[in-house]
Design a protein around this ligand. Sequence first.
Ligand SMILES: C[C@](O)(CO)[C@H](O)COP(=O)(O)OP(=O)(O)OC[C@H]1O[C@@H](n2ccc(N)nc2=O)[C@H](O)[C@@H]1O
Ligand SMILES: Nc1ncnc2c1ncn2[C@@H]1O[C@H](COP(=O)(O)OP(=O)(O)OP(=O)(O)O)[C@@H](O)[C@H]1O
Length: 291
Amino acid sequence: MNNSEVNDVFDWWPSPAKINLFLHVCGRFENGYHDLQTLFQILDFGDEIGFSLRKAGLQENCVQILDNIDGLDPQDNLIVKAAQALLPYRTLKSHSVEIKLNKRIPMGGGLGGGSSNAATTLLALNKLWQCECDLSTLLAIGKKLGADVPVFIKGQTAFASGIGEKLQSHSVQEQIYLVASPNVHVSTAAVFTHPSLPRQTQKIDFAHYKFEQTQNDCEKLVCNMHPEVANLLQWLLNYAPSRMTGTGASVFSIFESVSDAKKVLKKLPAGTKAFIAKGLDCSPVLQKLAL
Ligand SMILES: C[C@](O)(CO)[C@H](O)COP(=O)(O)OP(=O)(O)OC[C@H]1O[C@@H](n2ccc(N)nc2=O)[C@H](O)[C@@H]1O
Ligand SMILES: Nc1ncnc2c1ncn2[C@@H]1O[C@H](COP(=O)(O)OP(=O)(O)OP(=O)(O)O)[C@@H](O)[C@H]1O
């Protein structure tokens, strides 16, 4: 390949994590997916994804990820799936893309890492490949990749209903979160297919939302399946209001200040992976798009 055709500069985009401040399971649709109510809180902590367009080469494999995730077939990486879903919309037909990933969000922890990566890829390549897809097209592509992708495409902390795709933006009072991940993997599908999952929580009126009056309906089941989650949650509850996010395994505690959160972080049982993050109303991806 001619060196002049190679753009080795990677354009780096943020890919934030989320937590579910509450998660109610209110029913089940015919396709097996669940009718949920949740509040997605976007965090100022996340991965970074770098994109480098190439004018030539990689013809057969237009999308190439350079930092793949251990144990994951590149074709199963949601970043690759998102990029491939956007290929037909390119107006820069001859351009392929190389992608680097700086992974910080714990995997499979209910922190939405894969979904956020997919959303950032769609938003970034929509711009870089000059696809000119409007928001509703991106949301439709995103929803097929995962129930949590749309909230990251809209990029706003929001109440969600349906399978998680009906979004209503909401401003949460600024809070600091200590997010801790026990060393266990929880399968989202296993939680949602479990016969003991409560599925009949009364729908709430989002206008009257109060953290104390909500819960995570998956928490008890996951704590029974994984004592590591139960133990960590019990430990955190000694210090602050705490709850599991998504279908686990990560749990979070709410603090008013970073210094309060740091005191508890320092005391965490040895070997527990954890980070401190601030809640954001708006995703850093939207800020990057506005530049
Ligand atoms: C529970 C949440 O983590 C809350 O943030 C998400 O809604 C899950 O989102 P996600 O991981 O993007 O979900 P998907 O990849 O679409 O689905 C994973 C599995 O979760 C189940 N699933 C997911 C969302 C939903 N509303 N009902 C479900 O029953 C399905 O069995 C599916 O096989
Ligand atoms: N780019 C990616 N980053 C993380 N996981 C990915 C990615 N692409 C595919 N996956 C797959 O998705 C699975 C779930 O990862 P993810 O970190 O999104 O889980 P999660 O935080 O529990 O998601 P959610 O909260 O949306 O249920 C991983 O175990 C992995 O097999």
